[in-house]
Design a protein around this ligand. Structure first.
Ligand code: DGL
Length: 266
């Protein structure tokens, strides 16, 4: 048993969708959420830059005494997971393996679609993870860089969002994918719209819940779970613009978002 907090980090606000899944599944666990709002977005940045930022956040979280770290950001998982796992004394989990596991379970033979930021799609990390489990399945990928600003703007059901989604997803519809992995923190909030564009028979896969399950298994396996029934605390830390984090973040997790501290890194 270990009641130290779990560190969760993202390039900004979107990782709160993963934090929410962790609160729901593991209510006894305390967390520290770090959103790198000063340097968001990670999607268009180089693997080297994203890895450098991610390492800085890992070391800050370690200095706060976390017992495990969840990389809630898909782009950071794609570029930096291996480096962070190699240098961390505590377990580090990403969101790509859990998402790929979910895709492998629901597809009836593919093709499977994957959407994400430019960096995540260029890394090919989802396709590799899916094909490790299901080498028989073809993976069709598409970068959707405009989805992040649309979500940040709160345009979940805006006609402009629908138009852009129809354009981005046309090749995936033409390929007849039977499942679509939402490979970016923000896309969960566009789920109803994306389901409409893709049609009702396509399974939309969101790695947040699977990541919470993976965290639960890791904590149990390593004897790191918090005692049941204990009070949990959630700390929020950002690298810039706390008011906007609170304003936009409340769309992601509602009233659970308390005031955030500001810590500058780098
Ligand atoms: N958190 C990022 C991801 O999941 C999306 C936002 C960004 O580009 O930084 O890939």
């Amino acid at each position: 048993m270990n009641s130290a907090p779990v560190g969760i980090f993202d390039s900004g606000i979107g990782g709160l969708t993963v934090a929410r899944a962790i609160y729901d599944r593991l209510p006894q666990e305390s967390t520290i959420y770090f959103g790198d709002t000063a340097r968001v977005p990670y999607g268009p940045k180089s693997p080297e830059t994203v890895t450098r930022y991610s390492r800085e956040i890992l070391h800050w979280l370690l200095s706060q005494g976390v017992k495990a770290v969840v990389i809630a950001c898909n782009t950071s998982t794609a570029h930096a997971l291996d480096a962070l796992q190699a240098e961390s004394p505590v377990p580090v989990l990403g969101v790509i393996e859990p998402g790929a596991r979910a895709a492998g379970k629901v597809t009836s033979g593919g093709p499977v679609g994957v959407i994400g930021t430019a960096g995540t799609i260029a890394s090919n990390a989802y396709a590799r993870a899916i094909n490790r489990r299901r080498p028989d399945v073809r993976v069709e990928q598409r970068a959707c860089p405009l989805f992040v600003p649309l979500v940040e703007e709160g345009w979940f059901e805006h006609p402009a969002a629908e138009l852009i989604a129809a354009e981005y997803l046309a090749p995936l519809r033409a390929a007849n994918v039977d499942a679509l992995v939402l490979g970016c923190t923000h896309y969960r909030l566009l789920k109803p719209l994306l389901q409409r564009v893709m049609g009702p028979v396509v399974d939309l896969i969101d790695s947040a819940e699977e990541t919470a399950i993976a965290l639960e298994k890791t904590l149990r396996r390593q004897g790191l779970e918090s005692p049941l029934g204990g009070a949990s605390e959630h700390r929020f830390v950002v690298s810039d613009d706390e008011p906007r984090f609170r304003q936009v973040g409340s769309r992601f997790i509602g009233e659970r978002l308390g005031k955030a501290e500001v810590v500058a890194l780098g």
